[in-house]
Design a protein around this ligand. Structure first.
Ligand SMILES: Cc1ncc(C[n+]2csc(CCOP(=O)(O)OP(=O)(O)O)c2C)c(N)n1
Ligand SMILES: [Mg+2]
Length: 345
């Protein structure tokens, strides 16, 4: 594990299958084009509320998801459009959810931060920083109790979550009870406008995780093949040993935290420097150099991604809003619980 998770582990594109590489490139293009369109639709007030874009971080999701089995469980944060898409929620259902339409994957009640689909074993989307971690521990515990021996739960979270007490509580329990959770920290350097060193005395996240008894690794999250190699080894390890692992991926978001953010906490040159590591254009260039991608194929993949996005926008536009009379459906209060208890035989 140590070698594969070193940021300097050499990954040669020629060791990979051409079809595999092209599919990963398409994964990243689908994410990028979908989110660029979402940003545009936000400007037109078609999408409202919060919208946190993953642009710049695509190699993380694309490198991890291709290693998972359908029965594995995934949980993510409010920056989860990519995870939902690569876990198999259709772009139509995602876009309809963004629009708040009933045809959305959360029936229009969740929006951007609460994409969810149990059929895909995708357990959200969560607005609360750190809330996915104990839920992941619970999902893995449930798998064990139900005899699902071979399952892995993957929990994505930002580095901002390590400041939450629940980060330590969750890692401790997962290690103590030997639960098969892969904790993936998407370290994009900032929690809203706060750089890690401004909130944490110990900025080595692997040291923090190791102090809770977890084996750890870290890798360059802008390099798709490096992410893939590290994730595949980490997932195999968790599946085989039925014990948790902590993987930190160094990445960067190119856009604002959410849609309203003056970005006073970082200078433009820093963003430009990171854009030179764009996971999509760099991966496409490496594939071209290795004769694994032609200019025409790249245009075709991009066109396919854009067509899928436009079809999803049409689907969302044609969708319907939930009638106001349904407003209280699925709303449970302490009072309704008491009534239910009284009326139950
Ligand atoms: C418990 C909690 N505290 C504060 C917030 C407000 N908040 C929303 S996003 C965010 C930053 C989280 O940053 P990070 O975990 O690094 O994820 P990133 O946005 O960088 O992907 C904060 C503090 C929240 N949603 N939940
Ligand atoms: Mg962050």
């Amino acid at each position: 594990m140590t070698q594969a998770t070193s940021p300097h582990f050499p990954i040669d594109v020629k060791n990979f299958d051409r079809d595999f590489c092209q599919r990963r490139l398409l994964d990243m293009l689908r994410i990028r084009r979908m989110e660029e369109r979402c940003a545009q639709l936000y400007g037109e007030s078609k999408i409202r509320g919060f919208l946190h874009l993953y642009i710049g971080e695509e190699a993380v999701a694309a490198g991890v998801f291709c290693n998972l089995k359908p029965e594995d469980k995934v949980i993510a944060t409010y920056r989860e459009h990519a995870h939902a898409l690569l876990r198999g929620i259709s772009m139509n259902a995602i876009m309809a959810e963004m629009y708040g339409k009933q045809e959305g994957c959360s029936r229009g009640r969740g929006g951007s931060m609460h994409l969810f689909d149990r059929n895909c074993n995708f357990y959200g989307g969560n607005a609360i920083v750190g809330a996915g971690l104990p839920t992941a521990v619970g999902l893995a515990l449930a798998d064990g109790m139900q005899g699902h021996e071979d399952c892995v739960t993957v929990c994505f979270f930002g580095e901002g979550a390590v400041a939450e007490g629940v980060f330590h509580e969750s890692l401790n329990l997962a290690a103590l009870w030997r639960l098969p959770v892969l904790f993936i920290c998407e370290n994009n350097l900032y929690a809203m406008g706060t750089a890690l060193a401004r909130s944490e005395a110990q900025i080595s996240l692997t040291t923090k995780a190791a102090s809770e008894g977890l084996p750890t690794g870290h890798i360059n999250g802008m390099n798709l093949l490096a992410v893939h190699a590290a994730a595949s080894q980490a997932i195999d390890f968790v599946r085989r040993e039925q014990t948790p692992f902590f993987l930190e991926l160094h990445t960067y978001r190119f856009r604002a935290h959410s849609m309203y953010d003056a970005e006073l906490y970082r200078d433009k040159q820093e963003v430009e420097r990171w854009k030179a590591h764009d996971p999509i254009s760099n991966f496409a260039a490496r594939l071209k150099e290795a004769n694994m991608l032609s200019a025409q194929e790249l245009v075709r993949f991009d066109g396919e991604a854009q067509q899928e996005v436009e079809a999803a926008v049409r689907y969302a536009e044609a969708g319907s809003l939930e009638p106001v009379e349904h407003l209280l459906n699925d709303v449970v209060s302490a009072a309704t619980m008491q009534t239910m208890e009284k009326t139950e035989p």
